[in-house]
Write a protein that binds this ligand. Structure first.
Ligand SMILES: NC(=O)c1ccc[n+]([C@@H]2O[C@H](COP(=O)([O-])OP(=O)(O)OC[C@H]3O[C@@H](n4cnc5c(N)ncnc54)[C@H](OP(=O)(O)O)[C@@H]3O)[C@@H](O)[C@H]2O)c1
Length: 284
């Protein structure tokens, strides 16, 4: 896999305080990029920022506070980024959760849907102008092999019966549908949109699982630097500069579930998402 130097490239990545996101930020900082990452805890964010600078000798690493389970916090973070930077070459929607109990976000929305799906939807749309201005630019959405199933339009927030696995799978399918739909809309703009599937990694994703399941989560995965490789490749390689609307694993472009190619489903989800985040999307 060929990677480019990323000197003069600005990358925004969510959730670099742990796991795959932290390793992705590290790898991209080593390639010389300016890294702006989000953290939902300022003191941990500052600690990670110092760690990344020390490990890479790249001083162009910045942290912005953002709680992805809050639309207000997302809007604030995107505004802060735009007031400090003129360009954005790569957006990596990496952060994600797997809640084993039903929780709600600051906006009163089921937390998995809000954090894993609506947050990337909103961030991406808020950054479309700066991404277009900075072309060629790339959007990378971190999804999962566990995206099988469908979108539960009758009860998208699992209010009647909650299953953490179903909510997680739906959020990741939603992200793939969003990516393909957006990739289509952005053809000829110089902005690409792709999904990555990092494989099973030992991270904090299973923190909510409790006891034995949490232990299993930590036991069977690969180290997160392996999972980060595919995001680093998509962010840096000249080989993928013109590829858009695809689903990548560390073995290259792969087919995702049949449902994830259904653009009627994608449009329906897009319209619902738009109502949740209350954006006026001019280009549609
Ligand atoms: N690990 C796997 O096997 C696997 C497999 C397939 C896909 N993935 C995907 O890979 C991505 C990275 O996950 P990971 O495995 O590296 O898990 P992780 O170690 O738990 O990292 C998740 C990151 O997201 C951040 N985050 C979660 N909720 C947030 C919120 N409300 N506001 C701000 N940041 C928030 C976390 O911040 P804190 O540090 O503050 O918690 C952390 O930085 C996720 O999208 C996940 O679904 C993982």
């Amino acid at each position: 896999m060929k990677e480019n130097s990323l000197k003069n490239k600005i990358i925004f990545i969510t959730g670099a305080t742990s796991g795959i996101g932290k390793e992705t930020a590290l790898g991209l900082a080593k390639l010389g990029a300016t890294i702006v990452f989000t953290a939902r805890d300022n003191s941990r964010g500052k600690k990670i920022k110092n760690e990344l600078i020390e490990a890479t000798s790249n001083k162009n690493i910045d942290m912005i506070f953002c709680d992805l389970a809050s639309f207000e916090s997302i809007r604030k973070a995107c505004k802060e980024f735009k007031s400090n930077y003129d360009s954005l070459h790569v957006l990596i929607n990496n952060a994600g959760i797997w809640d084993f109990k039903r929780r709600i976000s600051k906006d009163g929305i089921e937390n998995t849907f809000a954090t894993n799906y609506l947050a990337p939807f909103l961030i991406t749309n808020l950054f479309l102008d700066i991404l277009k201005k900075s072309k060629p630019s790339r959007i990378i959405n971190v999804t999962s092999g566990m995206h099988y199933g469908t979108i539960n339009f009758k009860d998208i927030e699992f209010k009647k019966k909650f299953s953490g696995a179903k909510a997680y799978r739906q959020s990741k399918l939603g992200l793939i549908l969003f990516s393909r739909f957006l990739a289509n809309k952005l053809k000829e703009t110089g902005v690409t949109v792709n999904c990555v599937q990092p494989g099973m990694n030992k991270t904090n994703l299973g923190r909510d699982a409790g006891g034995f399941s949490r232990f299993i989560f930590k036991l069977i995965g690969k180290d997160p630097e392996i999972g980060a490789k595919i995001s680093i490749y998509l962010a840096s390689s000249p080989e993928v500069e013109n590829i858009t609307g695809e689903y990548f694993t560390n073995k290259g472009i792969k087919k995702s579930s049949k449902e994830s190619y259904n653009m009627d489903l994608a449009k329906r989800l897009w319209d619902i998402s738009n109502k949740y985040v209350k954006l006026k999307l001019l280009f549609l």
